[in-house]
Structures are given as C-alpha cells and as structure tokens.
Design a protein around this ligand. Structure first.
Ligand SMILES: Nc1ncnc2c1ncn2[C@@H]1O[C@H](COP(=O)(O)OP(=O)(O)OP(=O)(O)O)[C@@H](O)[C@H]1O
Ligand SMILES: [Mg+2]
Length: 424
C-alpha cells in the first residue's frame, strides 16, 4: 500500500495535520474497493484531490476518470450529459450521444457539487448506483455501466435532505464511506507551510524573488479565519507576490490583503486597501509591464504550438482558447442541445494522473483538460477588472446569477465558473 507521504508528494498535497493525514489514509484504504465515497468539507479545502487519489490507486486506474461539476450544468441538459440521449429525444438532438456513464464504463466518475443535482437526475443516479443500469434520454433500452462513483459537496446534506432537495436514500448510497477534510483554520500548523509553498510557486511563475513573512505576519496568518480556505490562501499569496515590491512582508502590510479582518480578529481594526494605493505611478507602470509580459508569454506559447504541430484538432482547440484570451471573445454562448458536445468539454475533465508513464501516452485524454488550467494563468490586472465587474453586477441584481450573467453578456455557466474561480 502506498504511504501517505508518497501520495502527498505525488498529488502535490501540502500539510501534516493529523486529520488531513487520516483523510488521505482513508482514501488509500478504500481505493482498491468499489465502495462509493462522499468527500465533504468547506469550499476550498482541497476536496478535488481525494477522488484523483482513489482512482489512481484503484484497479480502474487505466480506465477513464471523468470529473463532472454537477452545479455548472443547466438542469435541462444534465440528464443528457450524464446518461446520453437518443437522436430526436428533444429539439436539436440531431444525433445519438453517449453520456458520461457510458463513456466511463470501467472507470471512475467524480460528481463534484453533488448536492446541486436536480431531483429527477437523482432518481437516475440511484438506479445506476444500485444495479449499474441507466437509460438514455428518449430511449427505452436499458444499458449497463460499471462505474465507480465518488461525490463531493460543500453543503450541509442533512439540511438538503430536510428541505427535500436531496433524496435520503441516494445520500446513504453515495456516502458509504465519508471522507471529511478539515477547514484551514483548524489546521493552524499547515497554514505557513502552505503559504511558503504558494509563495515559492508564484515566485517561479512570475520570475520574481520569493516573498517572505515576518514573525508577526505569520502569527496573523495563523489567527485569520480563512473562510475560503486553501483557495483563499493561495489567492492572497499570489496577490502579494505580484503587487508587493518589498519582498519581506510585515503584519501591517499583510492585513491589507485579508478581507473582513475586523470581524475575523476582534482585536485588530479593519484596514482595507485604498484606491489611492494603486494611483502610485510606479505601480501602474509595473502592472502594465506585467500584463504585457503575460501576453507575450501567451503569444510565445501559441507560436511554439503552431510550429510544433498546428494541425491536430486538440492543438487547434487549445490555440483558440489562447487567441480568445489574448484578443478577447464574445463568450455569448447560450447553451442549447446542439452544443452539447462543446459543452461537455467544459464541464468535465478526464484526468491525467501523474503516473510514471511516458509523456504523450494517451493523448486522447488531453482534449478535455484545458479549461481550468488556462483560466489560472490570466493576467492579474484582467482578473481584477473582471472580478470587479462581476461583483458589481451581482450586487446590482442582489446575487441573482441569471440577471447578472445577462447584463455581463456571458452565459450563466461561465458566470458560475468565475464565481468559483474568484471565490465570491
Ligand atoms: N493540501 C494542499 N496542498 C496544496 N494545495 C492545496 C491543498 N489543498 C488544496 N489545495 C489547492 O487549493 C485549491 C482549492 O482546492 P479544491 O479545488 O480541491 O477545493 P474544493 O474543496 O474542491 O472546494 P469547492 O467546494 O469550493 O469546490 C486548489 O487550487 C488546490 O490545488
Ligand atoms: Mg471543488
């Protein structure tokens, strides 16, 4: 059996908290079985690595691993995405399409945000879990699939069951084993470890010296509430890495980056970063240069890819994303059934787990694997502007995503992704 340490190293998991170790140990123990696992824990605690660990240590490791974000798929298309549809099942269903359960036969499906599944889909899911049977939308033929299911949620499932939003029978079926990840504020010893890791990653990425924290700043970091957990810590490490010229960070400077610090730490008075901080000419110039550098890197990547092998579909797809990123896009996609295939690529990820296999093996898998990674590389200033626009629009529409998405001219799903990305 692989050791906890080896697994952590292979999956880039930082930390030595006892509860974290226990969770990883549980994942290692259940991996060889086909038991359904429910991963729970607050937003941003690192739930997504658990299903990857389980899949890659299971006998299904050479089968497919498909991660589906249940919350990001519109209700109208989710059954068809998961179970497929027959030609003519609904307007626009011009051909028969396989769903993830058919595609992942022999592999693993990770149902992220499982609490968001609509009730009719829950019924279908229960059936696959019970006897491996499913039916395509618009079909009457029963099909079989041998899939291991791992689900994750950051919401209180008992509450959902009480409100009749989630079926109790399905909950018990999904959570044969539950793996809970502790919030960051309860892993105090790991906070500085994680910060140092992120600081060194961003120093490499942005080719700048690594930021370091003075002792009082470390103290502050450990006392902070970390509502957005590791995702929030990572974002803050990135912001500081990019924006601060002085690489030794004191507590006062750090405070400027910690939102709601007043309510988090009663003893310290809130001190928000002021607009005028950015009016400093040098900073503006610096930000402009930074954006240009980032664009240049993207252009280089694009050129290199084109020179290498510009013709394959997969490279073309990737290039389109890069071009969109560099020159903007209208992103006005409206989900309709004809676009299901394109849609699929955004909502699922077929995993390439770091195994000792030679690079380039299984190229087929890559095609689902770009959306998240490319987003992470967006230049910071762009992100800032985007974040501000999204925040304002959500405020104007009292948090109603649909109206905000309409105003912003993006699809609801894209908005959902952005909300996740910025931890709003
Ligand atoms: N132990 C860890 N070491 C290093 N990075 C981590 C660790 N845990 C989480 N991360 C990073 O933190 C970020 C958030 O993790 P992840 O996406 O798994 O959160 P999540 O629990 O799925 O949250 P949500 O419920 O919002 O989807 C990711 O960038 C992930 O790589
Ligand atoms: Mg997640």
């Amino acid at each position: 059996m692989e050791s906890i340490q080896a697994v952590k190293q292979r999956f880039g998991i930082i930390g030595d908290d006892a509860r974290l170790n226990r969770s990883i140990e549980k994942a290692i123990q259940v991996a060889p079985t086909d038991i359904s696992v429910l991963v729970t824990g607050e937003s941003g605690v690192g739930k997504e690595s658990i299903p990857k660990i389980i899949h890659s240590l299971s006998h299904r490791k050479h089968g497919k691993y498909i991660a589906v974000n249940c919350g990001a798929i519109p209700e109208g298309t989710i059954d068809s995405e998961l179970f497929g549809h027959e030609k003519g099942a609904f307007t626009g269903a011009t051909q028969t399409r396989s769903g993830y359960f058919e595609v992942a036969d022999g592999g693993t499906i990770f149902l992220d945000e499982v609490g968001e599944l609509p009730l009719p889909t829950q019924v279908r899911l229960l059936r696959v879990l019970e006897n491996g049977e499913f039916i395509k939308v618009g079909s009457s033929k029963v099909q079989k699939s041998d899939v291991r299911i791992i689900a994750a949620t950051n919401i209180d499932m008992q509450e959902s069951i009480k409100k009749e939003k989630f079926r109790e029978d399905l909950y018990y079926r999904l959570s044969t084993v539950e793996i809970n990840l502790p919030p960051l504020r309860e892993r105090k010893g790991d906070i500085h470890l994680l910060f140092r890791k992120f600081a060194s990653d961003f120093a490499l990425k942005y080719k700048m010296p690594t930021i370091k924290l003075q002792d009082e700043a470390v103290d502050l970091l450990q006392k902070y509430r970390w509502g957005g957990n590791i995702r929030q810590l990572r974002n803050i490490a990135e912001q500081i890495s990019v924006l601060e010229q002085e690489r030794m960070i004191g507590a006062e400077r750090l405070k400027e980056y910690l939102p709601n610090i007043g309510s988090n730490l009663p003893a310290i008075i809130s001190e928000k970063k002021k607009e005028s901080d950015f009016s400093n000419e040098r900073e503006i110039l610096y930000k402009v240069l930074f954006d240009m550098k980032s664009d240049l890197t993207d252009l280089k990547k694009l050129t290199l890819k084109l020179m290498e092998n510009g013709n394959s579909q997969e490279v073309q797809d990737e290039n389109e994303s890069l071009i969109e990123k560099l020159y903007g896009n209208d992103d006005g996609e409206d989900v309709d059934s004809e676009e299901l295939d394109a849609l699929s690529n955004e909502n699922l990820e077929v995993l390439q787990i770091p195994q000792n296999s030679p690079k380039g093996e299984n190229r087929e898998k890559d095609k689902y694997y770009f959306a998240e990674e490319i987003e992470e590389e967006e230049p910071l200033s762009l992100q800032d502007k985007e974040l501000e626009l999204i925040k304002k629009s959500l405020e104007r529409h009292s948090g109603k995503r649909k109206a905000a998405a309409e105003e912003l001219g993006i699809s609801e799903r894209t908005l959902y992704r952005k909300i996740k990305q910025y931890n709003l």
